[in-house]
Write a protein that binds this ligand. Structure first.
Ligand SMILES: [Ca+2]
Length: 189
């Protein structure tokens, strides 16, 4: 049993996140062909065919808006069914082009109960301030589904901060992954 456990740990260490071979719970998280499955909430949104992050490559999701004051803009995934108490790995890549007025690109995870009530939220950022422009940046977190949670949605968010800008703030997004963490599910027992 010990040998099997060691082998499993080695397998996980070889990949950026444990669930690389597991099913991505996010609908159209790689933007291979389009931006279907995303609610982009009246933002300027389109599919970019020739730019993408490292895992899925070309094809990414661009959205933006002219932002005043401290407002932020978002686009949301389709609902992701979750199991309370399970750990989920969330990975998202974002790129703020140098011509964009955006200074922040972050991810919000909203948790809902079976009655569609918002019960909790998690915030994920790349923890680099200011956000480097012109290159793809990865964000990653392990988060636990709260008690009573039934589903979650991922919100990709962008903002300018401060007074805003007369220029459009926009961000490219790619490689949006949510995996159920099988390591914690099985506990090796
Ligand atoms: Ca892609």
């Amino acid at each position: 049993m010990k040998k099997i456990t060691t082998t499993i740990i080695l397998m996980f260490c070889m990949t950026p996140f444990a669930g690389i071979n597991a099913q991505n719970l996010v609908t159209n998280g790689d933007f291979d062909a389009n931006i279907d499955g995303w609610d982009y909430n009246f933002n300027n949104a389109n599919w970019v065919s020739d730019d993408g992050a490292s895992i899925s490559g070309n094809g990414s999701f661009r959205f933006g808006f002219i932002i005043n004051n401290n407002a932020f803009r978002w686009a949301a995934s389709e609902p992701i069914t979750v199991i309370p108490g399970y750990t989920y790995e969330v990975a998202v890549s974002a790129k703020i082009p140098t011509s964009s007025a955006a200074n922040y690109a972050d991810v919000l995870v909203y948790w809902y109960d079976i009655g569609d009530n918002l019960i909790a939220q998690d915030f994920i950022s790349n923890e680099i301030v200011p956000f480097p422009q012109g290159t793809w940046q990865a964000m990653y977190a392990e988060i636990k589904a709260p008690d009573e949670s039934s589903y979650s949605t991922l919100w990709l968010t962008l903002s300018v901060g401060g007074a805003g800008s007369a220029d459009e703030a926009y961000v490219l997004w790619d490689d949006v992954f949510v995996f159920a963490d099988t390591l914690f599910m099985s506990g090796f027992e």
